[in-house]
Design a protein around this ligand. Structure first.
Ligand code: PLP
Length: 437
């Protein structure tokens, strides 16, 4: 995925066959620090014995049972109850899927069913943001803000506004609050151009990791929410990466004081030890679905593996460990250490911006001059990004290239000395790339 097919057999492709803590090992025996928790998933790192035991027990008790047609299984029910307790959506209801993509797809599908049940069948349009990534299925890829043309997407009913990219998109001298206001106005202009009562929801991630760790100004979500409220449009937050501690709170919504109507989660929910995703929808959407299923006679939706007992048992254990070991506070403290250590490269000749939040950082290679005008193009910055990523891999650290930046977001269990080691190797890698440029 996300590489040229011809690169599948190129030397840059590594095959990993073992992991321990924050480290993974390839088939040549080389050790890497997995400084992205493998796509922001393995929050407890590798070989967590408690988690493996919980999974093994569940395999012995009940390795599979479906949730549909008047049947379900105990771990799925218990996980739904646990999620209702912790998600930032009041009186929420949970629906399971297998992947993040499915969670987004199902939420879009439910929003449309809910609108039909409410007697607003035209309220179908979904708004996403350019550069945001929401998944690989047809609907979630349509919601994703890019790579549409080559797949004949988006399907009908999807619109996109600009990404919140203050470093890349601000006018010279524009303040964060002016920029946020401009983003709100862009959304309002888009809504004004759409037929009345045709838009169901606006989707966004609290921080767009896949677009290069774009941290919004604190004024951004209030500006967006004010517009959505004016038009009676739901706010759906994609917590697939930011959920379960990454931002220094259990959910990214809490870090940015976002009041979502619905959220989608996946990835770190069970540290990736089994595929599972979940949406938490508002009570009012749930009530619409309930009414609609009475009218139609059925909610014609299910997925065989959604709410899989092994994935649910793994999630229950992961959440227990996160809470018991105070991993959210630990992530916040390790994140501060990472942010402070990265200050040492802020003035580096290749570095244009450093954004840190929770246990995550983006080092952006788009540079601005003393007049706040960009001096290199996004394409030039992307070339530096790729070179730094390769140098980091050579130095034994896996970081994520995305949107002119490298992203560092290690497992939540990382220790301070390991953070320092990542930054030491980053400094060496930056110097190596600078010497070659
Ligand atoms: N949403 C976000 C923010 C993501 O980063 C991803 C995947 O990286 C998805 C949704 C899709 O999740 P999955 O790959 O599990 O389908």
């Amino acid at each position: 995925g996300f590489q040229k097919i011809s690169d599948n057999t190129a030397p840059i492709t590594r095959v990993i066959d073992r992991g321990e803590g924050i480290y993974v090992y390839d088939t040549d025996g080389r050790e890497y620090i997995e400084a992205t928790a493998s796509f922001y998933v393995a929050c407890l790192g590798y070989q967590n014995a408690e988690l493996i035991d919980a999974i093994e027990k569940q395999y012995r008790d009940l390795p599979f049972f479906v949730s549909a047609l008047h049947r379900t299984n105990t771990p799925a029910l218990e996980l739904a109850e646990k999620l209702v307790e912790i998600v930032p959506v009041a009186d929420s209801h949970i629906m399971f899927g297998v992947s993040g993509s499915e969670a987004l797809d199902y939420l879009i599908k439910m929003l449309r069913f809910g609108a039909v049940a409410r007697g607003e069948p035209e309220r179908k349009t979904i708004i996403g943001r350019q550069g945001s990534y929401h998944g690989g299925t047809v609907a979630s890829a349509s919601l994703t803000g890019g790579h549409h043309e080559e797949f004949g997407l988006p399907i009908e009913g999807f619109r996109h506004v600009s990404q919140c990219d203050y470093h890349g998109h601000r006018e010279p001298g524009e303040t964060q609050s002016e920029y946020s206001k401009r983003c709100g106005e862009e959304l309002r202009a888009l809504l004004d151009a759409e037929p009345e009562a045709s838009v169901a929801a606006f989707f966004a991630e609290p921080i767009s990791f896949s677009n290069g760790f774009k941290v919004p100004p604190m004024a951004y979500f209030p500006a967006i929410k004010a517009v959505l409220d004016d038009y009676g449009i739901d706010l759906a937050i994609d917590e697939v990466i930011t959920g379960f501690g990454r931002t220094g709170n259990m959910f990214g919504c809490e870090s940015f004081d976002i009041k979502p109507d619905h959220i989608a989660t996946a990835k770190a929910v069970n540290s990736g030890y089994f595929p599972l995703s979940a949406i938490a929808m508002s009570k009012s959407l749930y009530d619409d679905l309930e009414r609609g299923s009475e009218d139609v006679g059925v909610l014609a939706h299910a997925a065989t593996h959604a709410g899989h007992p092994v994935g649910a048992a793994a999630a229950l254990k992961t959440l227990e460990i996160i809470e018991r070991d105070n991993l959210v506070a630990h992530a916040a403290s390790m994140g501060s250490r990472l942010a402070n250590a990265l200050e040492s490269v802020r003035g580096h000749e290749l570095v244009g911006d450093i954004r840190s939040f929770g246990l995550g950082s983006g080092v952006d290679f788009l540079k601005r001059d003393d007049n706040d005008v960009p001096v290199n193009t996004p394409e030039q910055a992307d070339a530096v990004m790729s070179a730094v990523c390769e140098a980091m891999l050579e130095a034994g650290v896996i970081v994520r290239p995305a949107g002119r930046s490298i992203v560092i977001a290690p497992p939540l269990i990382i220790e301070g000395s390991e953070i320092d080691e990542i930054v030491r190797r980053l400094v060496r890698s930056l110097d190596r790339v600078a010497a070659q440029h």
